[in-house]
Design a protein around this ligand. Sequence first.
Ligand code: 5GP
Length: 110
Amino acid sequence: MTIFTKIINKEIPADIVYEDELCLAFKDIKPQAPVHILLIPKKEISSSQEITKEDQNLMGHLMVKIPEIAKQLNLSTYRLVVNTGEDAGQTVSHIHIHILGGRKLGWPPG
Ligand code: 5GP
């Protein structure tokens, strides 16, 4: 169990921007851009490496929600990031899609 499960269970507060029975989107506590949202499935999947066929509809659901959340936040241009594993910068072992926007983003990432 990670801190994100506590956020899902409302045991710790978060600034939630979208929620349904399958997923939750909330503001990152340490934003790296003017808009920095984390979109997570409520199911505990530790990283993108642990996605299985069973998760196909669930992960598809998250992808469908991205443009809706972006519209809600008035984001027309943004970047999606899924850090996977320590060297890629993953610090929370519950899969999360970063939605970053509100400024020009450099490429390539560090
Ligand atoms: P990662 O580094 O694993 O790709 O991303 C984890 C993200 O979770 C980081 O950007 C970090 O700021 C965010 N984060 C960690 N703990 C909390 C928390 O308790 N609340 C919120 N809203 N974000 C968190």
